[in-house]
Design a protein around this ligand. Structure first.
Ligand SMILES: *Cc1c(COP(=O)(O)O)cnc(C)c1O
Length: 438
């Protein structure tokens, strides 16, 4: 069971919408900080423990800064994500660069920040050497293929594009050593939104055993393993959150039975959690604009899948409540929809909810990770802004909503004006010929 709450009363939320019109995201600083501390507390048994928050989950430097203050690093996979980590004051080994199909320029930025480069493929050893040089500390990403089952969002490892095979790792580490690398990490990421404790412990066992095998086969000593992200959150009220302490206990057991006998201790343990760090502490707040009754009953919101596309993309469940009607009986059955000209623009399908009237504030829960970040501009939709509820109770805007000017900003308006003149001045004959002879 997970209880779905929202940190503001209906009156407080109504007052907030006068300053910041809906839709917007609201993040809870206190919740994020307390959660970050719980994660660090759970893993104190691992001396080299580090959580690199996956920037893609919530790419906002204010939030990264809060997490950095709690002791988290960042996991980046593009140049702008590296720059966001830099804005949050992170550098060096606090940044993991777990990219794939990486352009040379991004490797150079990662080198400038002294980030830990996590190679996605054997051929990138040569590529990195040529384009940016081989750093002293380097990590490789493992794809277990048929040796590990996958899950719904990320798919089966065998079909996943990421990482080295086992054999490639046994060749890759000695090659990296020959090219000057001296310190080595080993990374894997095999699941997404996975709530099974056993699954994550099993991943730990797998990676510990592989580090031992790499040492035995190649003499290369892995200094840290990185278990990636992929810990799920209880999106549905009946789901149960993964217990960090239980996970840590299971990993400790695996560490004792595999890492210590292999002579690999101390082996650093790192993770790249995104979803579970901020997901439950963010809400998409929107207002019901319309009700519509045809073959089904619809509630039309001022937010759309351009603000939160997980339901449309994965059929993902996001809990919905109505401000001030938290305890009202769920006597209606609605499709809760946005305004995109796409019929899958639905936040909920046939959901039991209390009666919703135009003007009601509709709160979409667990949107603090992979929410605003996955937004887009299709249909000329402008992405909404982000607010931070500070630990002291104040609300601060940490990203404004997009405007039409933002949407047009990448168009070359001067070239458009020239184009207009050109079209007007084209000889009439040419226009006629272009139209054809019918
Ligand atoms: C997406 C991603 C993560 C974070 O995943 P969560 O499911 O948000 O924990 C971590 N590492 C890599 C390489 C990723 O691609």
């Amino acid at each position: 069971m997970s209880v779905k709450t929202f940190p503001l009363s209906r009156e407080e939320l109504e007052a907030l919408t006068e300053l910041y019109p809906t839709p917007f995201y609201l993040y809870d600083e206190r919740g994020i900080r307390e959660n970050a501390r719980a994660i660090l507390r759970a893993f104190t048994a691992f001396p080299g423990f580090k959580e690199h928050f996956a920037v893609k989950a919530l790419p906002n430097p204010f939030v990264l800064r809060i997490l950095a203050e709690e002791g988290f690093g960042a996991d980046c996979s593009s140049a702008p994500e590296l720059l966001l980590a830099e804005m949050a004051g992170l550098r060096g080994e606090d940044i993991m660069f777990s990219s794939n199909e990486t352009p040379a320029g991004e490797y150079r930025i990662a080198r400038r920040l002294a980030a830990v480069i996590n190679l996605d493929d054997f051929t990138h050893i040569e590529f990195l050497q040529k384009e940016a040089g081989i750093p002293e500390l380097i990590s490789c990403r493992y794809n277990p293929g048929p040796l590990k089952s996958g899950n719904a969002i990320i798919g089966r490892p065998e079909e996943a594009k990421y990482g080295f095979t086992r054999e490639q790792l046994f060749d890759g580490y000695p090659l990296l050593r020959a090219k000057g690398a001296k310190r080595f990490g080993l990374h894997t990421m095999v699941a997404s939104n996975e709530l099974s404790l056993d699954y994550h412990i099993e991943t730990g066992r797998m990676i510990f055993a592989l580090a031992a095998e790499i040492k035995a086969k190649t003499g290369v000593r892995i200094e840290f393993v990185n278990l990636g992200g992929g810990v799920g959150i209880p999106y549905k009220p009946e789901d149960k959150a993964l217990d960090y302490q239980e996970l840590s206990k299971g990993l400790e057991e695996a560490y004792r039975s595999i890492v210590i006998p292999a002579g690999l201790a101390p082996l650093g343990v790192r993770i790249e959690w995104g979803r579970t760090v901020t997901g439950p502490y963010g809400w998409l707040v929107s207002r019901a604009l319309h009700t519509k009754h045809i073959y089904r009953d619809y509630i039309g919101l001022d937010a759309s899948m351009a603000d939160l596309m997980r339901p449309a993309l994965y059929g993902a469940y996001h809990h919905i409540t109505v401000a001030g009607k938290e305890n009202a009986p769920a006597g209606e059955c609605y499709d809760v929809v946005g305004s995109l000209c796409e019929n899958n623009d639905k936040f909920a399908v046939r959901r039991k909810l209390p009666r919703i009237d135009p003007g009601d504030l509709v709160i979409i829960h667990d949107a603090g990770a992979h929410g605003r970040a996955m937004g887009f501009n299709y249909n000329g939709k402008l992405r909404c802004g982000e607010l931070l509820l500070r630990s002291g109770g104040d609300v601060m805007q940490i990203r404004r909503a997009e405007t039409a000017e933002d949407y047009f900003a990448t168009l070359d308006m001067r070239a458009l004006a020239d184009f207009e003149t050109e079209i007007k001045n084209e000889p009439a004959g040419l226009k006629k010929a272009e139209m054809g002879n019918c």
